[in-house]
Design a protein around this ligand. Sequence first.
Ligand code: HEM
Length: 429
Amino acid sequence: MHSVPPTPVTELPALEDLFTFDEFSRDFVEAARELRHRARTSLLRGPENSLVVLRNRDARALAANPQVGNMPAEILFWMATEMDLGSGPVTKPEPEQTAGFDRFLRNQVFTSNPPLHQPNRNILARQLMPRNILPFAPLAERLAQELVEEALERQQIDFVHEFAGRYATRFWAGQLGMTRDEATHVQALMEEMNLTFLLTRSPEQSEQMFSGVDTYMDVVGEAVRRAWAKGDNELLHAMAADLAKLDIEGKPEDIGTFVAANFFDGFHTVAVALVNVFFRLLGNSAAHARVRAEPSLVTNAFHEGTRLESPLMVSQRLALQDIEYEGVFIPAGTPVVMVWAAANRDPEVFTDPDDYHLDRPVQHGTTFGGGAHLCPGRNAARMLTEIALTTLTAPDLDVALVDHEHAWVPNSLMRHLTELPVTVRRVSR
Ligand code: HEM
C-alpha cells in the first residue's frame, strides 16, 4: 500500500487567491473572521511561500515544535530594508542609518535560535517568574494610583498616552534604575518604535523608525549600564551575572543592550494590553459593573480582553529543518506566519468566539504564543495589567469611554489604538 505523499507548502491553497496581502494585513482579526466564514482556516500558502497558521490547534502544535524556530535577525533586517511587498520601489537605506535597528534585532531573544536561544531566554525568563515579580507589585500599585490622581484633575484623558503608556514606561524604568525623565523619553520614542510593527512603510516612516530605534537603544542601553555600574539594582545584577556566564556565538553584547532589546515589550506591549483589556471592559457595562463589585474578576477581564484583542496578532517563525505536519511538507527555510489573533478566536475552541464572556474558561489561549517561545514576560504583563485594572475599577471611581471613533492601527502586527479618550471621576461609594 502506498501512503499519500505530503502536500508541499507551495501547493497549499494560496492566501493571495482570497486576499491581497494588503487586505489580509489591514486588520488580521477581520481578515481571519472573513476566512473563517469562507471555511478557509486550514493551513494556507502566504507571501514568499510562507505557511500561514490560523487554527488554534495548528498554532499550538507548531508553536510547540522545536523545529519551528525564531526568525533570525538577518532575515527580519532584510525584510525591513529590502523586501518588496509591492507598495513601490524599495530604497535600501545606508548602513549607518540602520546600525541601531540591526543591534536591536540581533540582541533579541525573539531572533535567537539553538543553541543560544534557551540560555539567552533564561536570563530574562528567570527574573520574570511569578515569585520573582511579586516584589514588583508595590511600585505598580503606587504608579497606578498616581496616574489616577493625575487623571482626576482633568476633564478627560487619552488613556493610551496619559495612562497606559506612562504606567508601563514608568514601571520598567523604575525597576531598571532609570530616571523619570528617561521614562518620559522612552515613552515618546514608542511612537517611532511602533513603526517596527508595520508591514509596509513609506520611506519617511522607515527613516523615522531607524532613527527612533537607534535613539531608543542608546537611551535605554546607557541608562541601564549606568544603573548596573552603581551596583544596587538586583534585577540588573542577576541578569548581568547570567549574561557573563553565557559563552555562545551571537550572545547579547552587554547588559545595557540586552535590556534595551528585550524589555521593549515591557515598555510597549504591556501598555497595549492594558489599553485593549480596558477598552473591551469599558465597552461592556455589565462586565464592568461585575468587575467593580468583585475585584478578583480582573483576571477574567485580562484573559478575555487579550483573547479578543491580542496585542501581538502575528509573529513570524522559521522552519529550521524539514517538517512534516498533518500531511503538509514544510521545507527548512519556510517562514511560518503565526496568526495568534485568529487562533484566539477559533470556534473549535471558543464558543461564540467574537463575543465577550467574562466567565469564559481560560484555556488554549494564544495571546502569548506557545512552546519553547512562550512569552517569558506573560506573568509580569498580567500582573501589571491586573494591578492597573484593580485601581481603575475601584468602587469610588467612575471611568467611562468618551464617544469617539475607535480605529485599530492598520497593517500592523500589533493591535493597538492611537488614542482612547476616557473620563475619570471620583464617586461616593
Ligand atoms: C501583554 C504583553 C505581551 C504580549 C501580548 C506578548 C506576546 C508575546 C508572544 C505572542 C510571544 C511569542 C512569539 C512567538 O512565539 O513567535 C512573545 C515572546 C516573547 N516576549 Fe512577549 N509579550 C508581552 C509582554 C512581554 C514582556 C513584558 C516581555 C519582557 C519584559 C516580553 C518578552 C518577550 C520575549 C523576549 C519573547 C521571545 C521568547 C522566545 O523566543 O523564547 N514580552 N511575547
